[in-house]
Structure formats: C-alpha cells, structure tokens
Design a protein around this ligand. Structure first.
Ligand code: PLP
Length: 398
C-alpha cells in the first residue's frame, strides 16, 4: 500500500523520461502525449532551451527569498508583462495561488471603494483551483462537497448569460469584480461567446468592477496567441496564469493593468518560493521560446490536423454530441460518460484525458509534429471505435 494520501485515481503507468511529444514508460513503451501534463508541458518534454536554463540556474542559485532583489524575477516580469500587455505581475507557485492573489486584489479594490463585504461574480462550470477560496469560486459541487463552510463573497451566474449578471448588478451593491475562464477547461472546453465577453468588459467598465480572466490553462500560447484575450480585442484588468509558464517547473502569476496593478503594497501579499531564481529562469526560457519561434501559431494548425484525422477515422459520428476547440484546447463531448477511455487509450499508446464526465479533452504540446498530430487523431478514433463496438454506450444511443 502506498504511503501517499489517497487523492488521485492514477492510471496504471509510470513514466521515466520524455522527449518532445513522446513519453516513455518503465518498460520502454512510447506514448504520444495528448495531455501535456494537463496543459503544462506546452514545449514538450526535455525541451533543450528550458533544460539548459534550469541546469544553469540550479548550479548557481536556486533560492534566496523575496527579502532581496532577484534579477531573474525582474527579467521574467518584464517578459511576461510585455507578452500579456499588462503593467505589473506577482509571482507565486501554482494556479490556485495566482487566483488567490486575484481574489485578494478584487477585495482590496472593493474595500478601497468603501464596500465592506465585496462580492465576486463567478460562473457555473468554472474551475479555479482547490484551495478554500478557489474551490468556493469553482462552479462544481463535487469539488466543494465535504469542505464546507465555503469562503463567502462569491455570487454565481450561468455562463454566457449577460442578463443574469445585469440582474445581479441591480440587486447586489457589493459586487466588485467578475472572475471567469474565457475558455472553461475542466468544465469541458467551453470557449465563452465572444460577444458576451465583450459586453461583460463594457459592463465591468461602467460599474467600476474588475474583470479577472483565469488563463491558467488557456494561457502561454495554447490557444493561438500568448493569452486568449489577445484574440478578443480587449484586455481584462487582471489575468492569472500558471501551468505552462514554467513548462513543468512550478510557477504561477497574477498580472494586472491600470488601477488594479497599483493595489498591492508591501505586507499585503507574499510567498516564500514565489518567483524564485530557479522558477523564473525556467519561465524566462519558456517565454523566449514561445515568443521567438511563433510557437502559439502552431496551435490552430495542429488542432486542425488532430481533428481532421480523428473525424476521417471515427466511425460513429452520431455519438459525438459536440466538438469544441480553442487553439490546442480540444473538447470532444460524447453522448455518454466515457471516463474509461483514458485507460483504453494507454493500450493504444496515446495519453488523453476525460473531463466533465463525457468530454475527451486533448491538450497536446505545441511542439508536436504534424505527423504526430495526425497519428494522435487516428489512434484516438480507433480507441473510441473499439470502445463503442465492445461496450454498451452505442446501443444506448441508437
Ligand atoms: N484555474 C484553471 C482554469 C485551471 O485549469 C486550474 C488547474 O487545472 C487551476 C485554476 C488550478 O491550478 P493549480 O492546479 O496549479 O493550482
């Protein structure tokens, strides 16, 4: 029996190393990575520039604390604020922590305006993390159940429903911010309507609410631009990211522009590890590669290859409820629960993920080769074909 706490339902495979879009298990079998460690290794495994930056930094200075100036943190901050078109950044170690910082900024903004009990509007099907505040902001009862009392100060609205938010605005004078994922990831890859997001931006401006985008999963080149909002033609006040920022070295970031960027003062927030030299060296190398090699432009092209080959080999089109995509965030929603597909895919030599019960989620690395993308789509189709032909879901849908 493992002495690890029982927090994950792990698949029966152990990886020893990887290269690009391939991972190898302890028996030497190769797997095509369609998950990227859940949108983390956007530059693939063992990327030479990232590995070199980590080794070099590790051999000089790993950590010194935020009691002192850290050159590599300043450099990473300049790169990230430039890429994001934001004014300032706070570095932390994970997505949940980045969202905690954003929630604190929103509350501080409210308190400054004289709102004693500031409220943040959040959406149904949202996922913002597992800390107490972020699970309270998350729109999934399964994640909250057992951990009550939840953190107060969140008001829930259905996604893509501007009227619902306008109604909240008229009845709740405590609202100070709206926080959402412009592409809901764990919720099943749902890009929110662009008109809805633009109207929300305008509403936030009128109400002096902060608009917070959680781009922890959709950021860092995954959707075709560094951040997804750069395709929308406007910026949020605050954006959070983590996951692929360090390509596997833990680092998170909360960025802000305008008044939101000036809210924190010494003593308001902090993190022992946040933005340490090692994490920042990794993030700098990642940002260098993504910006200099136009890596994000590969996202829609690769997604097209995956989907085209999936669709040409998949035999049961009527079993697909909806296909959704934003760059290399792909959701294939099926007519029934399909959790067991991830295990079956392993036998086929591909790594996939199932989210929201019935949605195959693909998040391949941006460095994947065209042929590998086609192979991923083809092998996925084969896996789902066999599953449907051998088990009952097909009869249920017929
Ligand atoms: N927000 C979003 C959109 C996420 O996808 C995740 C993780 O899946 C988180 C927040 C939480 O990030 P972390 O697991 O690094 O705390």
């Amino acid at each position: 029996m493992s002495t690890l706490m029982n927090t994950y339902a792990r698949l029966p495979v152990t990886f020893t190393h990887g290269k690009g879009a391939l991972l190898y298990d302890d028996g030497g079998k190769a797997y095509l990575d369609g998950v990227s460690g859940i949108a983390v290794t956007n530059l693939g495994h063992a990327h030479p520039a990232v590995s070199a930056a980590i080794s070099e930094q590790a051999s000089s200075l790993v950590h010194c604390s935020n009691l002192f100036r850290i050159d590599s943190q300043e450099r990473a901050a300049d790169q990230l604020t430039t890429l994001a078109e934001m004014d300032r950044v706070f570095f932390c170690n994970s997505g949940a922590e980045a969202n905690e910082a954003a929630i604190k900024l929103a509350r501080l903004h409210g308190q400054r305006l004289g709102v004693e009990q500031p409220q943040i509007i959040v959406l149904e099907h949202a996922f913002h993390g597992r800390t107490l505040a972020t699970l309270s902001a998350t729109g999934n009862r399964k994640i909250q159940a057992g951990f009550e009392p939840l953190v107060s100060g969140f008001v829930r609205a259905p996604r893509n429903d501007l009227e619902a938010i306008e109604t909240i605005a008229t009845s709740n004078t405590g609202v100070v911010a709206v926080m959402l994922e412009p592409v809901q990831g764990e919720g099943g890859i749902h890009p929110l309507d662009r008109e809805y997001l633009a109207a929300l931006k305008e509403l936030c401006r009128k109400q002096n609410w902060l608009l917070i985008f959680d781009e922890i999963q959709s950021g860092n080149g995954r959707t075709g631009s560094y951040f997804y909002y750069q395709q929308l033609g406007f910026k949020p006040d605050i954006v959070t990211t983590a996951k692929a920022l360090g390509n596997g070295v833990p680092i998170g970031a909360c960025l802000a522009q305008g008044q939101a960027a000036e809210l924190f003062a010494p003593g308001h927030h902090g993190s022992t590890y946040g933005g340490n030299p090692l994490a920042c060296a990794a993030a700098s190398a990642v940002m260098d590669v993504i910006s200099k090699s136009s890596m994000s432009e590969r996202a829609p092209i690769l997604a097209h290859s995956v989907l085209e080959s999936f669709q040409s080999s998949f035999k049961h089109g009527s079993f697909i409820k909806e296909l959704r995509q934003a760059g290399l965030m792909i959701g294939i929603e099926l007519q029934s629960a399909c959790g067991e597909l991830a295990k079956r895919a392993l036998q086929e030599g591909i790594l996939i993920n199932v989210t929201a019960g019935n949605t195959i989620r693909l998040l391949p690395p941006l460095v994947m080769e065209q042929e590998q993308a086609q192979e991923l789509g083809e092998r996925l189709a084969k896996t789902v074909n066999t599953w449907l032909e051998e088990s009952s879901p097909l009869q249920g849908a017929a």
